[in-house]
Ligand binder design. Structure first.
Ligand code: HAM
Length: 421
């Protein structure tokens, strides 16, 4: 047996039934909000992720699956979707036809992290992005969409955390003041933070080391440095959320693990998954389209960790398997031949039908029907064939009626619709 690669999983029933339910719920909701699906490649030029996520981030420094392709090109398995969607928006000059675009994508991402519950090396994201809208209402709308999704999926006990990271005008003032503060405490910071204090100070606020956390407790806060435009933007986001009854918590440590964020940053956090507390994260990234060679175009988005979301919903213990409406219990060769034809015809008209070609006893076939949760069973043996009438058994009420075999598919459909009345 060849085992799986560490941190990489198969998703199979019943988990894949839940995953399908999540995917359908998300896609229906996103489409109601005007989002269209975008399919982006699994591999991109390494440069794309380095430039967008930032050279001094954990993702780029330690976690990317990067290899040199046979033509010498440095290639990376996507660690996230935003960079690729931005690349696609620019590459196809989508902004020229209509700058306002709303996209979603669902698929696997790759980060070489230490695997544990809720943290995998191949994991999945449900990602949504809005381009061309600078209004704070776009930020609020994304958060509202995310909250509705959590409600529809019955995700409980989560908290929405929000922070505001400033813009190109006011962030440098904060950075300078924060750097000065970090110099004073630098001797006691962890090695990583010592380095980051110089190159990417915001990352220090993200350090999981308890002593760095304590040392930065008295640090200057970004909220003290916001320019007028940023303050107004933030206030509008908060008011819009309050007006729609969305509860949130201000979190001035929430700096996110990627460098492209400006203004609003948010996360949905949970206690249900141990150390991996972020179920979803996102924010505004007004500079990224330009940074990657496009026009000056605002953008905002989020990504949900699909694996983590599924693990939380699984705690509700609901079975999402699709159960057959009809199971045809066919006894003997001749009946199996008929059952095969009826099952195909019923499936073609979208009636979930299963049958068995094994020629096993009625008892064993009924056991199978129960096991797969069929709502109704059609029993057909040589006797029924001769009488030209099969038995239709409602597995719930145990009631039985006859189904004339002159037009079995039509008659089965009629029996089902009578039941639905
Ligand atoms: P992120 O916070 O790096 O943001 O990832 C989003 C979510 O993906 C996390 O909250 C978490 O649930 C999930 N996730 C991340 N790493 C792993 C892992 N190793 N195993 C399982 N789940 C994981 C982004 O990726 C941004 N692109 C989000 C965004 C979109 N911002 C704007 N637009």
């Amino acid at each position: 047996m060849i085992p799986l690669i560490r941190g990489i999983r198969d998703i199979f029933p019943p988990d894949s039934d839940l995953w399908r339910h999540i995917k359908n719920t998300a896609e229906n909701l996103f489409q109601d909000f005007g989002f269209s699906e975008i399919l982006i490649p699994i591999m991109e030029k390494t440069e794309l992720f380095k430039r967008s996520i930032g050279e001094q981030t954990d993702i780029v420094e330690k976690e990317m699956y990067t290899f040199t392709d046979r033509d010498g090109e440095s290639t990376t398995l996507r660690p996230e979707a935003t960079a690729s969607i931005v690349r696609s928006y620019i590459f196809h000059k989508m902004y020229a036809e209509d700058p306002i675009r709303k996209f979603y994508t669902i698929g696997p991402m790759f980060r070489r992290e230490r695997p544990q519950k809720g943290r995998y090396r191949q994991f999945y994201q449900i990602d949504a992005e809005i381009f061309g809208q600078s209004s704070p209402y776009a930020d609020a709308q994304l958060i509202i969409m995310l909250t509705i999704l959590m409600d529809r999926l019955e995700v409980k006990d989560t908290t929405l955390h929000i922070n505001f990271l400033g813009c190109f005008k006011c962030r440098p003032d904060f950075n300078n003041s924060f750097k000065k503060f970090l110099i004073k405490i630098s001797d006691n910071l962890c090695e990583n933070c010592k380095k980051r204090a110089e190159t990417n100070p915001l990352r220090v606020l993200d350090c999981k080391n308890e002593s760095c956390f304590q040392l930065t407790a008295e640090a200057p806060q970004i909220s003290e440095f916001l320019c007028k435009e940023c303050k107004e933007h933030f206030e509008t986001v908060c008011k819009a959320l309050k007006n729609t009854n969305i509860k949130f918590q201000m979190n001035d440590r929430l700096v996110r693990g990627l460098d492209y964020y400006t203004k609003t940053a948010f996360e949905i956090q949970t206690d249900a998954l141990g150390a991996q507390n972020a179920v979803a994260g996102g924010g505004r990234y007004d500079g990224l389209v330009k940074l990657l060679g496009g026009p000056d175009m605002p953008a905002v988005g989020f990504a949900i960790g699909f694996d983590r979301l599924a693990e939380i919903i699984a705690l509700n213990n609901i079975n999402y398997a699709q159960k057959p409406e009809i199971f045809i219990a066919a006894l003997g060769k001749k009946c199996i031949k008929e059952a095969f034809l009826w099952a195909s015809a019923l499936n073609a008209v979208r009636i979930k039908t299963e049958t068995e070609f094994s020629g096993k006893s009625l008892k064993s076939l009924m056991r199978r029907a129960c096991k797969i949760g069929a709502s109704n069973v059609i029993i057909i043996g040589d006797q029924e064939l001769e009488k030209k009438e099969a038995v239709f058994r409602d597995m719930n009420t145990k009631e039985q009626i006859g189904i004339k075999l002159d037009n079995p598919v039509k008659n089965i459909m009629e029996a089902l619709s009578k039941k639905a009345l």
